[in-house]
Structure formats: structure tokens, C-alpha cells
Design a protein around this ligand. Structure first.
Ligand code: ATP
Ligand code: MG
Length: 231
């Protein structure tokens, strides 16, 4: 592994952000997250939850202000380092054309088939995969177009489990998944969240009650910040 392992401490310092086509979403946003904590982001649709985690993933750059990881501006880390330390399951999950196995393996080129299956089992993806005629060798199609959003999220989740990153982002990871699978996933998520910094975005209370901090977001601002018991 060519990159240093980060502790996963995150800080937004006075971050403002405006989409190229759109209004300002964040204005002087400040947030400090200790290493190993689980942060749940809740709030109305359009309040800025995905924007906040997408900035951590560096899919977008702050218009002003800085994002620090382990006390250093995140531009100081190479893409490989950032992505080696970061796992995410996005609201619109991105896969590349290739097999399911390739998509789970992703950056972990050394992973064995057995490790890939173990990760898929932890992520509750194994069952649907083995029901496909070609199993793990099933091509996912252009951008994963042959799979449902829920299935793509499960594969992304398996990828994150395999990568074992210091920082994990789950953006409504269960939104497109049926209730039965969701119950199983809840348990998997709890297991996977421990020992790493995590941002979790979910509408369902069950996913967020165990978070170390719940941030209630409204119009890009933190309106409340505390544990489930406190709020
Ligand atoms: P949801 O609960 O529906 O996922 P959210 O809290 O994740 O909502 P964001 O996706 O962060 O909300 O959106 C915040 C604001 O930014 C909204 O007004 C939205 O319309 C706008 N927005 C989001 N993505 C883009 C984009 N790619 N380009 C322009 N505007 C965007
Ligand atoms: Mg969102």
C-alpha cells in the first residue's frame, strides 16, 4: 500500500460552496469531527447533506475556506491517498463497466476472491449476487446500468467494506433497498461504522440513533448538534 493511513479527523473551516449552476449551499460552514466518530446528518431534502459529504470526497472544491484531514489541508494529500483512505456509498452510486467482482475489488488489487466474497457477505450483497446466472462475474454494464440503484449501493457498500478505510461515507445507503434487506444492512452498518470516522445520511431513525453526533442541517447550516438522547 503506497499511501499513509490517515486517522480520519475532519475539519471544515469557514467553507462556502456554490454549485456552478445554482445558489450558494454552504456559507461559512464550520465542523470538526474527531477520528473514529459516527456523524449522522439529517434534514429536509435540499438542505445540503449530500453537498457536505461530496465535498469531503472532493467531488467538488470549496468556493472558499478549507477542509482539513488530520490537521492538514486535504489538497496536500494525493488522490491515491485520499481515495485509499475513503470509502463511500453514494445516493447515485457509480460503478465502472466490468464485473461485479472487479467493482468490489476496485483499488484493492491484491484482494482474493475469498476476501471479495467475505466483504460482500458483510455488506449483505452476496445473496443477490449469487442468484445472478454469472454470479460475481456478471458484467454490471455501462456505469452499472444493468443493475438497480439498490444493487449498486450494495456493491458500493461491499467495496467500502473490503477497502476498510479510515473514513466512510454512507449517503442514504438504504434508500433504494427493500425493508427485509434493510434490516440486515442495519446490522452490517453498525459493525462497519465502528473504528472509523463515518458520515451517515439517512431518513430512518434506526440508522442514526447510535451515532455519536446527530447534526440537523437546514439551508446549509447546523441547526442542532448532539446525541439522539440530547436532541
Ligand atoms: P436530499 O435529502 O434530497 O438528498 P440533500 O440535503 O442531500 O437533499 P443537496 O443534494 O446537498 O441536498 O442539495 C443542496 C442544494 O444544492 C439544493 O438546493 C440542490 O438543488 C442543490 N444542488 C445539489 N446538487 C447540485 C448540482 N449538481 N448542481 C446544482 N445544484 C445542486
Ligand atoms: Mg442528498
Amino acid at each position: 500500500q503506497a499511501w499513509p493511513k490517515l486517522r480520519g479527523e475532519i475539519e471544515f473551516k469557514d467553507v462556502s460552496f456554490t454549485y456552478e449552476k445554482g445558489e450558494q449551499v454552504l456559507e461559512h460552514f464550520n465542523l470538526r469531527v474527531e477520528s473514529g466518530q459516527t456523524i449522522a446528518l439529517v434534514g429536509a431534502t435540499g438542505s445540503g447533506k449530500s453537498t457536505i459529504v461530496n465535498l469531503v470526497c472532493r467531488f467538488f472544491e470549496p468556493s472558499s475556506g478549507r477542509i482539513l484531514i488530520d490537521g492538514r489541508d486535504y489538497h496536500e494529500y494525493g488522490q491515491a491517498c485520499l481515495h485509499g483512505n475513503l470509502g463511500y456509498v453514494l445516493q447515485s452510486p457509480q460503478l465502472f463497466s466490468g464485473s461485479i467482482r472487479d467493482n468490489i475489488r476496485y483499488g484493492r488489487l491484491d484482494a482474493t476472491d475469498q476476501e471479495i466474497e467475505e466483504a460482500a457477505k458483510t455488506a449483505m450483497a452476496h445473496e443477490f449476487i449469487v442468484q445472478l446466472p454469472k454470479g460475481y462475474d456478471t458484467p454490471v454494464g455501462e456505469e452499472g446500468g444493468l443493475l438497480s440503484t439498490g444493487q449498486k449501493q450494495l456493491i458500493s457498500f461491499a467495496r467500502a467494506v473490503l477497502a476498510d478505510p479510515a473514513l466512510l461515507i454512507l449517503d442514504e445507503a438504504t434508500s433504494s433497498i427493500d425493508t427485509e434487506t434493510e434490516l440486515l444492512i442495519q446490522q452490517a452498518i453498525q459493525k462497519v461504522l465502528s473504528h472509523r470516522t463515518s458520515f451517515v445520511i439517512a431518513h430512518r431513525l434506526s440508522t442514526i440513533v447510535d451515532a455519536d453526533r446527530i447534526l440537523v442541517i437546514d439551508k446549509g447550516r447546523i441547526m442542532e448538534d448532539g446525541t439522539h438522547r440530547e436532541l
